[in-house]
Design a protein around this ligand. Structure first.
Ligand SMILES: Nc1ncnc2c1ncn2[C@@H]1O[C@H](COP(=O)(O)OP(=O)(O)OP(=O)(O)O)[C@@H](O)[C@H]1O
Ligand SMILES: [Mg+2]
Length: 321
């Protein structure tokens, strides 16, 4: 962490109609890394991204992007960033190609360069066949891909991605993950929001969890997971009698009884520990119907921190609001 970090926010505040939406957000993203901003719907993720990308002035606090103040030096900030997300840059009445060429012009690329870049990006995002159709006719997934392509016309050093893969099919998601990893490898700094915890797990160097406009946790995915506890072994027994015997045999190692046939045991994740438990049960003539080893997931972290699960089931329409 240094004062040269490309994204720095200190005590960001924002209210809408006297409702505090951001209540002092602090975050930093180191150069060439990915920070994932996680939080339930309405937590303030998009608002944070809009402030950092100069689309919305904060009511308090300060943010520096590429060393420039988002309020006083908005123009320089805009030159340093690419933005894609819930408030899409796509112009519905232009074709995919025109959208991309237009963005090239905005970034002062020459007409030839704009055209060349558009062709490259259409190809890369699997939109070549739809290049000459107006974006209004695109499916949700195609629109997302065009949106992301638009943010890459000028390969800015800093990218803000607000839910880059929401509504995409699995293949397109993987393609975008690949693309994001490549960008980071080339030194791009990325702040992304996502409601897919596996996405944060895969892409993010660090994760900041926000709720009600405050940071409630931060760290690497592993750090956050280790806060929720260790790995656990779930045992399914054939009868309630076997459950009783198991609890007696394992005593303190039992974490809890899940239902009348299932109990959970704390383990350190090693095969030796699991084997020791299964051996003990075998020696006590207890029959185990099945067992599963659970590693803590980011879902567990999210559930514990916010009191509910990340909602991945929302429709595209809900999201765009
Ligand atoms: N322009 C606005 N006027 C009034 N309220 C707003 C405005 N923009 C955002 N809000 C409110 O601020 C809160 C935070 O919104 P924000 O869009 O930042 O949440 P989010 O974390 O991005 O949620 P989601 O996961 O649904 O995208 C919400 O309660 C939202 O209704
Ligand atoms: Mg949002």
């Amino acid at each position: 962490m240094s004062d040269n970090d490309p994204i720095i926010a200190r005590g960001l505040k924002k209210s809408f109609k006297n409702v505090d939406v951001l209540d002092g957000i602090d975050l930093r993203v180191e150069r060439g890394t990915v920070l994932a901003l996680l939080g339930p719907n309405g937590a303030g993720k998009t608002t944070t991204i809009r402030i950092l990308s100069t689309l919305l002035p904060p009511d308090g606090g300060q943010a520096l992007v590429n060393g420039f103040d988002v309020v006083r030096e908005a123009k320089q900030v805009r030159r340093s960033i690419g933005l894609t997300g819930q408030y899409a840059a796509v112009d519905e009445y232009l074709t995919g190609r025109e959208n991309l060429e237009m963005m090239g012009k905005l970034y002062h690329l020459s007409s030839n360069d704009s055209k060349r870049r558009a062709i490259q990006l259409l190809e890369e995002f699997d939109l070549s066949e739809a290049a000459n159709r107006i974006a209004k006719t695109y499916s949700g997934g195609m629109r997302r891909r065009l949106d992301l392509a638009l943010s890459l016309v000028a390969t800015p050093p800093i990218l803000f991605l607000d839910e880059p893969t929401t509504g995409l099919d699995p293949r397109s998601r993987l393609a975008i993950w690949d693309r994001i990893e490549k960008l980071v490898y080339d030194g791009t700094t990325i702040l992304l929001t996502t409601q897919y915890l596996d996405e944060a797990d895969k892409l993010a160097d660090r994760i900041v969890v926000i709720d009600h406009g405050r940071v409630i946790a931060e760290g690497t995915s592993n750090e956050l997971k280790s806060n929720v506890g260790n790995e656990r072994l779930e045992l399914v027994l054939p009868t309630e009698e076997e459950v009783r015997k198991t609890i007696e045999a394992l005593r303190t190692e039992v974490l809890r009884q899940e239902d009348n046939r299932t109990i959970t045991v704390a383990v350190d994740g090693s095969i030796t520990h699991v084997k020791k438990i299964l051996d003990l049960l075998q020696n006590s003539a207890i029959e185990v119907e099945s067992f599963t080893l659970h590693k803590p997931t980011l879902d567990d972290v999210f559930l514990q921190l916010t009191g509910h699960e990340a909602t991945a089931a929302e429709t595209e329409e809900d999201k765009i609001k």
